[in-house]
Write a protein that binds this ligand. Sequence first.
Ligand code: PHB
Length: 571
Amino acid sequence: MTHPATDTPPPPPAPPQAAVGPLMRGLSVLRALSADSGGRQAVGDLVRATGLARSTVDRVLSTLARLGHVRLEGRDAVLAPGLLELGNAYLAASELPDRLAPAADRLADALDESVSLAVPDGDGVRFVHQATRRRAMSLAFRIGDLLPAERGAVGALFAVDWDEDAWLRWRQRRAADPTDAGFPAVPPRRYEGDGTGPADVAADFTSRVEAARAAGWSLDDQLIEPGLVAVAMPVRDPRGRPACVVSVVSHTSRLTAGDLPAAVLPRLRETVAEMERSLAAPAPSATASPPGPSAAATRHASWTRASKQELGPEFVESLARGLLALSAFGTGRAALPLTAVAEATGLARATARRALLTLEHLGYLATDGRLFRPTPKLLELGFAPLSGLALSDIARPHLARLVEQVHDSASMAVLSGTDIQYVARVPTVRIMSINITVGTRFSAYPTSMGRVLLAGLAPVARAAHLAHADLAPLTRHTVTSPERLAALLDQVHDDGYALVDEELEEGLRSIAVPVRDRHGRVVAAVNISTHAGRRSPAEDRDAFLPPLRTAAARIETDLHTAGRYLRVPLA
Ligand code: PHB
């Protein structure tokens, strides 16, 4: 390792002849948008960041919006939950979270410390799972975040297996970016003051790699930020290659770097052994719940063709087809030949081939010349910025679209004890005597969302709720008999909606439907509220139920995509 630190990185390789330009431009827009930690940027800034023409960015964005990967809000483009499908394709194909996350979560519970799983990505380290127990004062990485290998405990363990080329690329990156500006997930490195320079970073890393090789584990003594300490161990696949690294992360206010190994290594070793058994076990059956109808429909070439016919020049079909190629990959479909990708997506062979070669050129697929497999780099496309989404964030744009259609207020609520609590609301005119805002609570029983939520409970929980609720009449219409209420809830359960007419407040009518998670559990309700005087209840039901159900289905599609590998809080 005597190469000078002044090695300059080679220019990036030219795209192959077959590369699909619009796909490359679409991905550069997604990368630029993902560079913002909130996943939002003014369209003008995207034009500047990508160097593309404004008209190109506009067409790319309208295509990505159609795909559910971005949303346009005024002058801004915003990452949308549908984009998580791309990172999900890698995570599902890798099977790492499906096989290892339960053991990681148990380790976090047993130690009451944060535990993460990370994989190598170039000369960096990318997080694929987090069981977070962060207390005060320490930063938490998100799924999709990228660390430089030399910062943290993880990279030294992967670097044990680096060859000369890998070390050369690492030195070139260090020389080109000594402060880690290209890694927005970590605080920038500073050299002033303590007399250390880039050469010391290199020497320290190589000695930590040697220590990791000898010990089989690695220590992070505040390499990322003051206070943050971690111990990490590799998890090997049946062929003995490190598939990922599991880290236990603590803080010097609880455990110093000196105490951490003795405190956690015994448990950590047991977990690694358990994880290695999980990796050696036969392939799990494709446990993924089937995608919702609209997601499935977008995963086929016939959908891109229809979208082109509808949207014309505002839909860049070659971009949509290129991204479509990624949908062929998933659980049990980690490495596919061209033919399988063409078959799964309905793309012509030549089209699928050009898409795969373009994605390989950009590093989103790896290939041995015949089989293509998704890489963790796919997680750079918005996964970390989208990983903080709550159900209320997912719902809000869909409720806004619903309100534009029906011109009445729409809301989302969840059950909280015997109450419902609003987690999202898009108002139009105020028709209630009290102003409803996010956080507002009502007793569940006289509200449409409450009835949908109660009807979604298991029979025992439903009965317990009715036994505890204080069933007071709020208007002359309020149903207060437990027997009648129980019968109404059965009806709501069968109908899939609840219509409540003037039981909460005179003059107020509302209609609600459930929002279900990937496992079919009712986790929230959405409703439209309106004046009772304008139409009959049946007229309102006929007018409101279809668009309300469409909005709920869109929310569910996004929730199921987001919930595949992320914990989605309600609010
Ligand atoms: C983390 O998961 O946050 C983590 C992992 C390894 C480190 C530091 C932090 O060295």
